[in-house]
Design a protein around this ligand. Sequence first.
Ligand code: NAD
Ligand code: UDP
Length: 350
Amino acid sequence: YYPETDSISYTTLSRFPPVKLLPPSQRKRILVTGGAGFVGSHLVDRLMVLGHEVTVIDNFFTGSKTTVSHWIGHPNFEMVRHDVVEPFMIECDQIYHLACPASPPHYQFNAVKTIKTSFMGTLNMLGLAKRTKARFLITSTSEVYGDPEVHPQHEDYWGHVNPIGPRACYDEGKRVAETLTYGFQRQDGVDVRVARIFNTYGPRMNPADGRVVSNFIVQALKGEDMTVFGDGTQTRSFQYIHDLIDGLIALMNSPESRPVNIGNSDEFTIGDFAELVREIVEKVQDEDGVKRSRSVNIIYKEIPTDDPQKRRPDTTRAKETLDWQPKWTTRMGLEEMIRYYKAKMEEGSL
Ligand code: NAD
Ligand code: UDP
């Protein structure tokens, strides 16, 4: 029991990170689906530290209990093994709906399950939002723009998606999830938020999940060849996880119900990005006195089907309506991420 008070202090239950002591009128009951995944676990950390009550539901397909295990036993935290394809009942004020595999090898592993997760999972969570009158935020993706013909991508662009290709389970899944979201808004008055997230990286990203940032860093740290798919001229822009979490929380608590791009607009060709990762890995290794006989090689492999040629967010809307813009440069974020993986490697868990 926390007494009703306007003063904010911090509570330290010795074995947990300190959290804000919020008066009950400000403390929200927040459901995070997919909260044991990479993005979800960082969001959970932030919401907990801000003093809210957080419930995670996750089926642990790509996530892991260890990402949020530091909160287990805290009175403000609960975790339930649950698949969002099945309905879930809870009283809550806000729902962050993240549950969905996000890396191409994972979401293509069982394409039908990915579509079910996007469609039925979102339907179930919107039903819950309707019943509880909770505000609902879905983490959509830049993939709704497909292989874009407009550059950079603004929220008003309708996209260019192959509906039957190997990426369609994810791209079309998120597109229909957005359609459902706005259907519930129009028909049932559900209070919705839609974040279109662009490529994001950071600590706790599963090193084996196949995405380019984790692949390149792990390869360079281990002295293995770095694998560029295609000729490396395709582009992406990479946002650091803490910027994304700032953006998601700002969006949830803003009045903006249109889709909002959240991403970093520093665009790299994948070839240049491989060189940048190699350079920063070598800098970190040199600083730490790690012996290296030579620079790792960059090799070229076949490009996956339907791999988008270019991608960069237009983040004007986020800046104007949320007063949000990224604070982490790609260099700063990569250095943090490299140090994190390097420490994991040294303790033998990578
Ligand atoms: P992730 O794979 O690390 O996390 C997804 C989480 O959802 C995992 O914990 C997984 O176990 C859980 N999950 C998957 N299917 C589920 C189901 N049916 N029921 C319950 N839980 C389920 O991925 P992430 O990078 O943390 O992505 C989180 C969200 O952000 C996803 O919705 C993704 O589409 C979106 N997103 C991420 C990025 C990115 O670059 N990381 C970019 C665009 C969009
Ligand atoms: N990529 C690469 N080497 C890898 C993994 C990915 O060159 O080891 C490329 C991939 O083909 C794509 C880009 O990097 O062009 C980003 O891939 P990722 O899977 O991280 O994200 P997405 O394609 O969903 O943007």
